[in-house]
Ligand binder design. Structure first.
Ligand SMILES: [Zn+2]
Length: 200
């Protein structure tokens, strides 16, 4: 069983392989299917955007049974996302939670540009608006494109902080050293994941 730090190193190594075009596409064999049919023990939970360019299994070069993935536009923390994260941490005993924002996120751009949206999408936009406020204070002079990316990073941090704040289970596991949460940001052009760090 991996420690949270080892889980992080495993993801970093997978991303290095992906960036350099040397992905191994591990753990996708028929044998692995049989092995994981008996039960799953993924070592990390990834909350990523629904964007078609950001699939965590490719980005981190992981296979069947390796990572527990939750995808939602804008990688925000809603009630069902929180529930899924708890299931991953409790029943699947993942050691690390990564909230993965990304470059050129459509819904972040819509939030910053105040684009008209449906009521359902408004729920996501409202979360991102919190990140926009913080990003504005930290970076008052950025161009619009760079500002959108600053909001995207801030939004990933906010989701990580919100998970910790809203889930007693996650908080307790973190205090016991069984679990770590980190925010990260994925560049859809270079393939690189930038680790935003921070303790939540
Ligand atoms: Zn996105």
């Amino acid at each position: 069983m991996l420690t949270p730090q080892q889980a992080l190193e495993e993801l970093k190594a997978g991303n290095r392989r992906f960036v350099s075009g040397r992905s191994l596409f591990p753990n996708v064999s028929p044998e692995r299917r049989k092995e994981t049919f008996a039960g799953q023990k993924p070592f990390a939970t990834i909350i990523a955007c629904s964007d078609s360019r950001t699939p965590p299994s490719y980005i981190f070069d992981q296979g069947l049974g390796d990572i527990f993935v939750i995808r939602v536009a804008g990688n925000i923390c809603g009630k069902t996302v929180l529930a899924s994260v708890e299931l991953g941490a409790d029943h699947c005993v993942t050691k690390l939670i990564v909230v993965l924002g990304h470059r050129k996120c459509g819904v972040v751009s819509m939030a910053v540009k105040n684009s008209p949206v449906s009521e359902a999408v408004r729920e996501i936009i409202n979360k991102i608006k919190h990140a926009e406020l913080t990003a504005k204070l930290k970076n008052p002079d950025l161009s619009e494109d760079d500002f959108i990316e600053a909001v995207s990073r801030e939004n990933a941090r906010n989701t990580a902080a919100e998970l910790m704040k809203r889930s007693i289970l996650i908080k307790e596991k973190t205090i016991r050293g069984e679990l770590e949460i980190t925010a990260a940001w994925y560049d859809i052009e270079s393939g690189e994941v930038e680790w935003l760090g921070g303790h939540y």
